[in-house]
Design a protein around this ligand. Sequence first.
Ligand code: PLP
Length: 414
Amino acid sequence: MHEFKFKNNLLYCEDVQVRDLVKKYNTPLYVYSYNTFIGHFLKLKAAFQQVNPLICYSVKANSNLAILKALVARGAGLDIVSGGELFRAIRAGCDPAKIVYASVGKTDVEIEEAIRKGIKFFNVESLPELENINRIAGRLRKITNVAIRINPDVAPKTHHYITTGKLTNKFGIDFATARKVLLLGRKLRNVNISGIHIHIGSQITDGAPFLEAIKKVIAFISQLKLKGVNIEYLNIGGGLGIIYQNEKPQTADEFARKVLPVLKDSGLKIIMEPGRFIIGSAAILAVKVLYIKKTPLKNFMIVDAGMNDLIRPALYDAHHEIVPLKTPSSKKTMKVDVVGPICESGDFLAKARNLPVTKEGDFLAVMCTGAYGFSMASNYNSRRRPAEVLIKGDQVKLIRKRESQEDLIRNEIW
Ligand SMILES: *Cc1c(COP(=O)(O)O)cnc(C)c1O
């Protein structure tokens, strides 16, 4: 479900024609639909109403302050993975009591700052990290809440770069070690271990691996109780998949039907950390066709956005639909590799794609680029990162200016 629709052969974001946006702001341009991402947040909240979860939007999916602020205003908490994201979360007005912090490599400075701010949970990924948090909290004379991130060893069907809950991944702690950590943790005076956290991967379209992981950790929590360890919170992570091409992901309601019964039975307080599910389909990347280059072997459509603007195709072999902003009258198609201007053969947005016949100077929309789009953008090849606009009904708001040439060298000393 998203609010990018064609009217009279022209692509609109909500009530705004995208062609008007590219004329005003140029390309490449990220265009976000407010009602799409708020809609996804509210759908998830409604589906899980019976357990009234704390929904912590995963900042790394898209960390623009305007987006964070809009979600926080609707009651979202935030899931962070660095000190930089903590800074953003606070700037967006998020109550620290709604911030959860995961990462295998939290530094002392990051830990201290998060303790000072009073975040809800550290999601702890190793014993040395737990001891370090305890030491730093002790120095600050505080007791901080922690959840232990479990690696439940389940294998969701998704790209191997985005599975995080198998024992070969660096994330979380296996059950046997976690048991020892939890028992040992009781002796640490400046941490209060009151939660269990899992996050098994991303773009998972089926509820089965979630249910499997949740059942495993709930059984684990019951065993802990017998040993006198009381767990109050279960954080089930993020990872819900969306439609990029022809996936049939579970809806929020289907997901809830699958996992709600066990969650309710457990009596635990529930936290969720969706990123992609909320913001993924809420944006397009508008690009301009620069050249059509014909070679003996194939044809390239060279556009003005590259892997520095959107790295998902290069990094994950991800599929993004690509459509012209104005549907041509002819039904004729051409088979092309859609590529960017960057000096890398991995710099492509689509391979061997049949697109409507397109001319130089035409504009295209790369669909579903809200998650891990701008947040993974870089300045490679000294390219300025794109502008971002947020649409709500017929309102247009520039939420990030296009970078300038001066921005590129701002911190350099010569
Ligand atoms: C990335 C991440 C998420 C969000 O993942 P999505 O697939 O975008 O929902 C949630 N929790 C943790 C710990 C993460 O690292």
